[in-house]
Design a protein around this ligand. Structure first.
Ligand SMILES: [Cu+2]
Length: 147
């Protein structure tokens, strides 16, 4: 009975995604320059609908954007991704060194080792998720080029 009831509710609300479906793991920041830094994390989506990370903001930065790196003739180049990133239903998405990342610009203050900053991740219809990330400049890259 319980299974049937759940199926009925799920069928009635096929796109009822919410921030409760999104969890963020292992968020950390790195300083790129006195005026900029980058944020990395794993984002999981346990919901039944895809969620689009479409914007980010932080009180620590005058401007925050979603960026990635592309390989242009063998040179890794950083680009702004205005449409953001899709976190697939039942899947996860990595913001990682040498790949997709949160870019913090016009920093209120330089990011010092151990400092914490709040990031508000906007997932559109899936809601907003706030995460606190600490600056860890010593962390080794898991993959790809440095920022
Ligand atoms: Cu960047």
């Amino acid at each position: 009975m319980k299974t049937t009831l759940y199926a009925v509710i799920a069928a009635a609300l096929p796109f009822a995604a919410s921030a409760a479906d999104i969890t963020v793991h292992d968020a950390y920041l790195r300083s790129s320059s006195p005026m900029s830094g980058a944020g990395f994390m794993q984002i999981d989506n346990t919901g039944a609908a895809d969620c689009q990370l479409s914007a980010v903001s932080s009180p620590a930065a005058g401007k925050a954007e979603l960026h990635t790196h592309i390989d242009e003739n063998g040179m890794m180049k950083m680009v702004h991704v205005p449409e953001g990133f899709t976190i697939p239903a039942g899947g996860s998405f990595m913001l990682e060194r040498g790949g997709p990342h949160v870019m913090l610009m016009d920093l209120v203050a330089p990011l010092a080792q151990g400092d914490e900053a709040t990031l508000t991740l906007d997932f559109g219809d899936c809601g907003q998720v706030e995460v606190t990330a600490a600056v860890d400049n010593d962390r080794k890259p898991e993959a790809g080029a440095g920022h």
